[in-house]
Design a protein around this ligand. Structure first.
Ligand code: ATP
Ligand code: MG
Length: 286
């Protein structure tokens, strides 16, 4: 019986490996630099222009707000798993991609018992591997939870703006994840720059510090210009990449997605959720 169960687990894992899902965590250090807008517009572009299967997860514990940008029902969140709902019924389908309004209804992962953790991991694992991309939007700050998502990811997208405070926080985040955990799979997105030149100058400052003080090579994934059109779209709860496909923001987002879509995956991430919760010091009930 034990052998049979083990065999089945291996089979499921093997099947999942074929999917080569990429897990990308979006983080920044400083708040309000555009992580959530980036994540939602990235998910839309990947799904609709590059025909990728995308799952977007709101992991901003306590301050989740993807549902606001997508104008969807916030009560459909992971907390319902513990009321007996099936994870399939908690997937919000909109705009060509799927969303899990994540941890919004869960106040803290700290108080969860082993049973609940197991339930959460099993549920998330059962759906994640059917996607090409799983995008995890995190909140502001540098903390253990964000670090756990970053360390388990295939890549970390660090979003920053040209503001010195945003740059400093982006550097601090990279430094702590690299120094403490040795994780070094970062790609930088410069948001809200006036033009490409300002974005490149901004990136070069970050690259120089990372190289000089940490000895790591940072890569720039792309830049997104500052635009009033994005703010207008946010107010109307519309996605700029959908409503204004020729706005410079949308054009640059397509370049970012084109670059990402051609990146090969270095390592198959077959137990992402188990890793996240392991890093958080949470054990799964076997
Ligand atoms: N390229 C841009 N041009 C103009 N405004 C922008 C741009 N990117 C983001 N914004 C504005 O910045 C604000 C913050 O954006 P967003 O919520 O995406 O940031 P965040 O990093 O997710 O914030 P938090 O850290 O609170 O989660 C929003 O009001 C948004 O409209
Ligand atoms: Mg956000």
């Amino acid at each position: 019986m034990e052998d049979q169960a083990k065999g089945l687990r291996e089979l499921v894992k093997k099947e999942r490996n074929v999917k080569n899902s990429k897990f990308i965590t979006v983080a920044s250090g400083k708040g309000g630099v555009g992580k959530t807008n980036f994540s939602v517009n990235f998910a839309f572009t990947m799904a609709n222009y590059f025909k990728k299967r995308v799952l977007l997860i709101d992991a901003d514990i306590g301050m989740a707000n993807i549902h606001i940008l997508l104008n969807s029902d916030p009560s459909k969140n992971l907390k319902n798993l513990f009321n007996g709902e099936n994870i399939e019924d908690l997937i919000v389908k909109s705009e060509g991609f799927d969303t899990i309004l994540g941890f919004s209804g869960i106040d803290s992962l700290d108080d969860m018992d082993e049973m609940s953790i197991s339930m959460l991991i099993n549920a998330l694992e059962s759906i994640s591997y059917r996607y090409d991309y799983v995008i995890i939007d995190t909140g502001a700050g540098i903390n253990e939870k964000i670090a756990s998502f970053l360390r388990a990811s295939s890549r970390a997208y660090i979003v920053t703006t040209p503001e010195p405070t945003a740059l400093m926080d982006a550097y601090a985040l990279i430094k702590s994840i690299y120094n403490i955990y040795g994780y070094n799979n970062f790609k930088t997105v410069i948001n809200m720059s006036k033009n490409r030149e300002e974005a490149i100058n901004t990136f070069n400052k970050l690259k120089l510090s990372a190289n000089k003080f940490l000895g790591i090579e940072l890569e720039m994934l792309g830049f997104l210009p500052i635009t009033q059109n994005l703010k207008k779209c946010v107010k109307r709860k519309e996605l700029i990449v959908k409503i204004l496909p020729n706005d410079p923001f949308s054009l640059e987002m397509r370049k970012i997605c084109a670059l990402e879509a051609q990146e090969p995956i270095k390592e198959i991430n077959s137990n992402f959720w188990e890793k996240v919760f392991d890093f958080l010091g949470k054990k799964r009930k076997k």
